[in-house]
Design a protein around this ligand. Structure first.
Ligand code: PLP
Length: 400
């Protein structure tokens, strides 16, 4: 039995040996797969063509802007978490829409934000009051983020904006109390973001709840934004049901529909390459220390946590139990336990899959770990180096 979820990240290697392909690259390094991005892009474009919905790239997940030109034909624009991402989207995915949601905007940044953003979404009525009129005056489309208070996630609470005590999104009780008169009339759209790596059945549950709870606020708006967390490009994702959901919203509420997935755009479109620095056996456990660190270079492996897909480590019959970890001082800097075909050796190359998301834009230099270089793997199997990190990148973040 082959675990499908683990095989999928390596579908690029159907006709090519990745060990040959990656030979000679200095590790650790990320390799962003242009073919994988286009594969996802085509799928997303098709959904937009069929429904008229607009799909944006959530840049907090992936912001390697050298690839924005690759993604641009397939997307309506970018989504930002604040000023810097809004600027990046504005500058690097030119002439496309820029949407921004932030937990709270700063007064000293808001004028600059108005230069970049088309849609601005507020997380409280207070922020709507404070910045809404100015945004409107500048021709922006403005929305509020609602909290539908329906948890559809099975995962950890830190990724669930509907968990108890969440500060993200305005619950309907607050809207009923505070959103009146001119404030209500100011709103162009409604935004929600409650999913994380989920399928469209959970989207449907969420939409049904919103339809029931927020009826009053769904009249007279121009758009609804379904947020991110839609794992649209995963093999088992139910695209037909997504299309049904989009059409439901369009028809019932007479609105434009936006989606802003991060993972869905770049799923399985990147690799992290590492060489083995050391192997040893303690108490009958084989340990491998790699030149990459989970804590520094794939932080979600520790934070989420999850087991990243490793090439050839999911085949039936693999017998050798190995625990992979990084060279840092953190006990928890463990990549995971894998089954290898044969015992791994010093200097072997390991290839992790699905490494375009929440890596290059979330990594860090804890322990003085160098940041991995970043390459593009073009469709014709040639490489292009995007960055060249070194000691100065570590040092100049810390002082003069
Ligand atoms: C994180 C986030 C996204 C993207 O989420 P993915 O899980 O990467 O699809 C989109 N919109 C908002 C508001 C977010 O916070």
């Amino acid at each position: 039995m082959i675990n499908k979820d683990l095989r999928e990240p390596f579908k690029r290697f159907k006709d090519i040996n990745p060990y040959e392909l990656f030979k000679g690259l200095k590790t650790p390094c990320y390799v962003i797969d242009e073919w994988g991005l286009k594969y996802n892009g085509k799928l997303l474009k098709d959904i937009q063509d069929k429904t008229g919905a607009k799909i944006l790239l959530a840049q907090k997940c992936f912001s390697n802007y050298d690839l924005y030109d690759t993604l641009k034909p397939y997307l309506a624009g970018t989504e930002a978490s604040g000023l810097y991402e809004a600027r990046l989207g504005h500058e690097e995915m030119k002439d496309k829409e820029v949407h921004v949601f932030c937990g709270a905007y700063r007064a000293d940044e808001f004028d600059e934000l108005l230069k970049y953003a088309d849609h601005i979404v507020f997380n409280s009525i207070n922020q709507l009051k404070k910045f809404g009129p100015k945004a409107k005056l500048n021709g922006k489309s403005i929305g509020i983020r609602i909290n539908p208070e329906i948890s559809t996630q099975k995962g950890p609470e830190i990724y669930d904006p509907c968990s108890k005590g969440s500060r993200l999104g305005i619950p309907v009780s607050t809207l009923d109390r505070d959103l009146t008169g001119d404030l209500l009339n100011m709103i162009d759209g409604i935004h929600f973001h409650t999913l994380c790596q989920q399928n469209s059945d959970d989207l449907k549950i969420t939409l049904d709840e919103i339809d029931k709870k927020f009826t009053k606020y769904l009249k007279n708006i121009k758009w609804i934004n379904f947020g991110g967390g839609h794992h649209i490009t995963r093999e088992d994702y139910d695209i037909d049901l997504l299309i049904e959901c989009i059409n439901f919203a369009k028809n019932k509420w007479n609105v434009d529909v936006y989606l802003e997935p991060g993972e869905g755009v770049v799923l399985n479109a990147g690799f992290l390459l590492t060489h083995i620095l050391d192997t040893f056996n303690n108490n009958n456990q084989i340990f491998v220390i790699t030149d990459t660190s989970a804590a520094c270079h794939m932080p979600d492996v520790v934070e989420m946590p999850y087991l990243p897909p490793l090439y050839l480590a999911d085949l039936e019959g693999n017998k050798v139990d190995v625990r992979l970890g990084g060279p840092t001082c953190l006990s928890g800097d463990i990549i995971g336990n894998y089954k290898f075909i044969t015992e791994p050796k010093e200097n072997d190359l390991l290839i992790f899959g699905d490494m375009a998301l929440y890596t290059t834009c979330k990594n860090n230099t804890f322990n003085g770990m160098p940041l991995p270089d970043i390459y593009i793997l073009h469709e014709d199997n040639t490489f292009e180096k995007l960055t060249n990190f070194g000691y100065k990148d570590f040092k100049y973040r810390l002082g003069k």
